[in-house]
Write a protein that binds this ligand. Structure first.
Ligand code: GLV
Length: 327
């Protein structure tokens, strides 16, 4: 569908340069009204007459939206696309694209940042020092967990999980991983990573870092049973998607000292954070910023815009997650 011959694309939220210029070359870009709620009916209304939607992870792009007449492509500015009902998109012949690859290093860096910050209590230490409570060195002050030489369990060993394993080598960590899909032998050797089942990974790891997509299978992959099996000194890091962890169960487990702490970038009901987590000194909480570096967010914007521009021009976008829609 078009106005004055130019196809229209709905941009749900601003993106970074050079994304806007790439989009503007291919289409007339309509900005989603900033104060309009992000529900399916409102998005559907705004998308009427558009061939494309450039969405982000907080936008529910499901049947109501995907059945918009003339819609050809949803370009999600994220590697994860659990906010898009891909099966419904496929049934309506709507292409769905994401932004894989460009955010791997930033996200792996951030998982390691959370791991270290939680293990060495850096946020707590910072506020302690700023507030003037540091009155002198003490042998028992702010004792944390050792990282060098510890055991790291990586759950999901895609590009980001492998990036975390790579970083762990520098800390001489013993790396275990759990993934239904084994790594090739050479990759295991290069990373020094051993594949184990989830139960063993949970029981043996001092640090557990989650790198799986959110699917029906991974929803609440970590809940009471898993927390009960963890080492008491263990730290859980989640930079994947909030619902992979049962947040209420995590709060109870932390209260019951089933594990030592958690470093979280994602939450079950974003932007809400479970109220039980916020008063806990042994958790480090970040606002879903694992990929938030200047370079990465700009590359994600450019990639999402290129995906959309290609689709608008009738081509096959490079990062199609439902390739069956466009042969
Ligand atoms: C961020 O969470 C992403 O999926 O890119």
């Amino acid at each position: 569908m078009s106005t004055g011959g130019r196809p229209r694309v709905l941009l749900m939220h601003p993106i970074l340069d050079p994304g806007p210029a790439i989009l503007a070359e291919a289409a007339e870009v309509l900005a989603y009204p900033p104060n309009r709620p992000l529900d399916e009916a409102s998005i559907r209304q705004a998308a009427e007459g558009c061939v494309g939607i450039v969405s982000q992870l907080m936008d529910p792009i499901r049947e109501t939206v995907l059945s918009t007449p003339g819609l050809k492509c949803v370009s999600n500015v994220a590697v994860g696309f659990d906010n898009v009902d891909v099966a419904a998109a496929t049934s309506h012949k709507v292409m769905v694209t994401n932004t894989p690859g460009v955010l791997d290093d930033s996200t792996a860096d951030f998982a390691f940042t959370l791991l270290m910050a939680t293990a060495r209590r850096i946020v707590e230490a910072d506020s302690f020092t700023r507030s003037g409570r540091f009155r002198g060195w003490a042998i028992d002050m702010m004792l944390g967990q050792d990282i060098f030489g510890a055991t790291l369990g990586i759950v999901g060993v895609g590009r980001i999980g492998r990036g975390v394993a790579h970083r762990a080598k520098g800390f001489n960590m013993r790396v275990l991983y759990y993934d239904p899909q084994p790594l090739p032998r050479e990759a295991e050797e290069q990373l020094g990573a051993t594949r184990v089942d989830l139960g063993r990974l949970i029981a043996e790891s001092d640090f557990i870092s989650i790198h799986v997509p959110l699917t029906q299978e991974t929803h609440h992959l970590f809940s009471t049973q898993q927390f009960n099996q963890m080492k008491r000194n263990a730290v859980l890091v989640n930079t994947s998607r909030g619902p992979v962890v049962d947040e209420a169960a995590l709060v109870e487990a932390l209260k019951g000292r089933k594990l030592a702490g958690a470093g979280l970038d994602v939450y079950e009901r974003e932007p809400a954070v479970h109220p039980g987590l916020t008063p806990m000194p042994n958790v480090v909480l970040a606002p879903h910023i694992a990929s938030a570096t200047v370079r990465t967010r700009s590359e994600m914007s450019a990639m999402a815009a290129r995906n959309m521009a290609t689709a608008v021009r009738g081509g096959r976008p490079p990062n199609l997650v439902n390739p069956e829609v466009k042969k």
